[in-house]
Design a protein around this ligand. Structure first.
Ligand SMILES: *[C@@H]1O[C@H](CO)[C@@H](O)[C@H](O)[C@H]1NC(C)=O
Ligand SMILES: *[C@@H]1O[C@H](CO)[C@@H](O)[C@H](O)[C@H]1NC(C)=O
Ligand SMILES: *[C@@H]1O[C@H](CO)[C@@H](O)[C@H](O)[C@H]1NC(C)=O
Ligand SMILES: *[C@@H]1O[C@H](CO)[C@@H](O)[C@H](O)[C@H]1NC(C)=O
Length: 695
């Protein structure tokens, strides 16, 4: 009976059979929680709507303001702020039940709200031990930096005019894969400063749209007191970062993205929380286990942060509401869950090598089933929102290095519910290759293995580099390839050097092979589409609070004399392959050739023929390539074309200016039914399509 719960997963991967008991117990624990919540709260949907009740809320009709908080075990709770001169006695909350629910309604004063919009407030408590403490509202929707206290201060966000969304969520196109632009609002300008939501809307969205990305993954949105944490030390879960502007301005950004047909995912950090007490969630009610695990279990040693207790009822309310809040209020179209490996395992993946042995994923001593239940409830919640919201589809991506089986299968098939996982092994591979191997030593077999080594039936997002590689201490692909010459030799006025020509060629080829072989979705980090020079380094003590490296120099692509524009154009041409012909959401490629001496790689995916010649010097005038479908082929992408910064060694036009076709011969070759001959210059990638299908 209960085996039915995981039948889908077993059908896809029979090797899971010995771990059926673990898989079933995950499903049962999830169903148990779902039932509990439905019984006590009506539905998961209602439970996750708690953000509408908890915290401070204004009633537009009556102008009354109500505050509701969950704070167990304290003696007194009061609301203090600029509105009452921070008086702990004037606005005391009333204890509503024994579980720690406190509430107070503040009637209007002279017909208006008693608390002014954007004014500061805090929650004051008298703990069981008699200590008076002041904290920010865990549900607060606005926090701003105060120069005087050097802390983030909570504010009551209740503007007269709120932004009204004008555009519906873009629909997911059935044949187009997820093409994700990973972006950070603050760095999205060439100037050494913090860019705003408005600037992103005006200047960055058009660039993303022009490139052809259909999804943005917004980083560092949830408020984080420390800018240099890249958003990973969240202090205020319901506040969007005030550094870049107001909540209304972020809504406008997302609405404008929707108008352009671009969906926006939030990088959600539910794996841990900042340790800050004064302006964070830590020690909220005076003890370490409010929403978090108590004791050492509640600390992440490497990240120096606090860990949530996912078996706690109120923690689930808080986190699930947080998801629904971002979907409802800001219009986000899904989430990239950060730090999933840390959530899945009690050891948090810290100095733990995953070998792929299934025992590593199902051993009850290693795995945190409560976190798994939380993730499943989160996915069930998105389904419920989708059902209530005209079938809006939400996308989730897991940042998981461990390769946990079933993570990206629907719950109905016995999975955890994610849509995609990030293929974190791919960027690591490219770095290793560029760091350690001469070009003659590249191992095509290993490259292909890493790009295609993924769980059957579970979708992956491929990427050759993300923000991780861009951050200081690491190096981007462009920097590994061209390094100092990026400062001196990127001008078209200076002669092409060996370093730059190699860099441009390989930068394009690495992206294309990752895109075409690596997954069912593709991701690029802001700036890397044009080989952004330098690393990312946020202002901090160690660099004299400099913004010099906390920016993206989009001006480089607009400078016609610089070669960055070629890399930029290539990105767009590459993404277009998916938009026009369908690459990402199609079955895995058939690889017909990995020639380690010639350094030639040939494969077909959805009828497109991909040919890569990674050889540093050898060009092949009449290379014989196998292909399944017979017919006349034409080149639809040539990485060596002059327009894309190459040498233009292939002339694919005849004397009349028509595109040359490459006819197949009915000859078995590399286990394909047909073959064609084509000139493949060194360090060049070609993509061909049947002439009849060229768009
Ligand atoms: C704080 O909240 C936790 C539950 O989340 C409770 O166990 C603890 O007793 C509370 N501490 C104080 C000092 O009120
Ligand atoms: C986590 O929460 C559960 C349920 O509230 C509680 O029983 C347990 O003691 C907590 N664990 C820790 C380590 O605080
Ligand atoms: C390329 O850069 C190097 C080092 O940065 C420099 O020495 C060299 O003169 C440059 N070459 C050209 C052709 O500009
Ligand atoms: C040859 O191709 C067929 C059909 O594409 C495939 O099933 C078979 O596994 C291939 N054989 C080899 C040795 O790759």
């Amino acid at each position: 009976m209960s085996k039915d719960l995981i039948k889908g997963a077993l059908d896809i991967d029979p090797w899971l059979e010995p771990y059926s008991a673990s898989l079933i117990s995950r499903q049962l624990q999830y169903h148990q929680w779902l039932e509990t919540l439905e019984k006590s709260e009506g539905s998961l949907f209602d439970f996750a709507s708690s953000y509408k009740k908890y915290g401070l809320h204004a009633d537009k009709a009556t102008k009354a303001i109500t505050i509701t908080e969950y704070i167990p075990d304290v003696q007194l709770v009061s609301l203090v702020g600029e509105f009452n001169g921070w008086d702990v006695d004037s606005h005391r909350l009333e204890k509503k039940n024994d579980f720690g629910l406190w509430q107070l309604t503040i009637e209007p004063v002279n017909g208006d709200y008693a608390i002014a919009h954007d004014s500061k407030y805090k929650i004051s408590m008298l703990t069981a031990a008699g200590e008076r403490i002041y904290r920010l509202d865990p549900w607060g929707t606005r926090a701003t930096f105060d120069k005087y206290t050097t802390l983030y201060e909570g504010r009551f966000w209740n503007p007269e005019l709120t932004y009204t969304f004008k555009h519906p969520r873009p629909h997911l196109n059935e044949v187009e894969g997820l093409k994700i632009y990973e972006a950070h609002v603050g760095i999205s300008s060439p100037e050494p400063k913090i860019a705003s939501y408005k600037e992103f809307t005006q200047n960055t969205l058009p660039v993303i749209h022009k490139l052809g990305y259909n999804t943005i993954q917004l980083m560092a949105i949830m408020e984080h007191a420390y800018y240099a944490s890249f958003g990973y030390q969240v202090t205020n879960f319901f506040s969007i970062s005030s550094r870049y502007g107001t909540p209304e301005e972020l809504k406008e950004l997302i609405d404008e993205a929707h108008r352009l047909g671009i969906r926006v995912l939030l990088d959600v950090v539910h794996s841990h929380s900042s340790k800050n007490v004064e302006d964070g969630l830590n020690n909220f009610n005076g003890t370490d286990h409010y929403l978090f695990h108590g004791g050492p279990k509640g600390n992440h040693d490497l990240w120096d942060s606090r860990l949530f207790n996912y078996s706690n009822y109120e923690t689930l309310r808080f986190l699930l509401s947080n998801l629904k809040f971002y979907v409802d209020v800001y219009g986000f179209d899904g989430f990239r869950f950060d730090g999933v490996t840390s959530m899945l395992y009690k050891h948090h993946g810290l100095s733990y090598g995953f070998s792929g042995d299934y025992n590593e994923y199902f051993n009850q001593d290693l795995v945190d089933n409560d976190a798994i239940t939380y993730l499943m409830l989160g996915h069930r919640l998105l389904e419920e929102i989708s059902e209530a919201d005209k079938g809006a589809l939400f996308t989730t991506v897991a940042e998981d290095v461990s390769g946990m089986p079933t993570l990206c299968l629907p719950i109905s098939k016995g999975g955890i519910g994610f849509d995609y996982r990030l293929s974190m092994a791919i960027p690591d591979m490219w770095i290793k290759i560029l760091k350690h191997l001469r070009d003659e030593e590249w191992d095509l077999g290993n490259i292909v293995f890493t790009l295609t080594n993924r769980r059957h039936g579970e979708k992956c997002i491929a990427y050759s580099e993300s923000h991780d590689q861009a951050l200081v201490g690491d190096k981007t692909l462009a920097f590994w390839l061209m390094d100092k010459e990026m400062y001196t030799n990127m001008s078209e006025l200076s002669p092409m050097t060996e370093t730059v020509s190699r860099g441009l060629a390989l930068h394009k080829m690495i992206r294309l092979v990752t895109f075409a072989l690596g997954g069912e979705g593709y991701l690029n980090f802001e700036g890397n589409e044009f080989g952004h020079p330098e690393w990312l380094d946020f202002p901090r003590e160690g660099n004299d609070d400099s913004y010099h490296y906390a920016r993206r120099q989009f001006n480089l692509i607009h400078d016609d004399l610089l070669r960055y524009k070629f890399l930029f154009r290539f990105d767009s041409a590459m993404l277009e392959l998916d938009t026009k012909y369908g690459v990402l959401l199609t079955p895995q490629a058939y690889i017909s050739l990995k020639h380690e001496i010639d350094k030639v790689l040939v494969f077909e995916r959805n009828g497109l023929l991909f040919i890569f010649n990674f050889h540093p010097t050898q060009s092949f005038p009449d290379y014989k390539v196998g292909v399944e479908a017979a017919g006349e082929y034409q080149i639809v992408l040539d990485s060596d074309s002059k327009e894309l910064g190459g040498f233009g060694r292939i002339n694919d036009l005849d004397s009349a200016g028509n595109k040359i076709s490459f006819p197949t011969l009915p000859e078995q070759w590399n286990n394909r039914s047909n073959a064609l001959f084509i000139y493949v210059p060194s360090r060049t990638a070609l993509v061909l399509q049947l002439k009849s299908k060229v768009k």
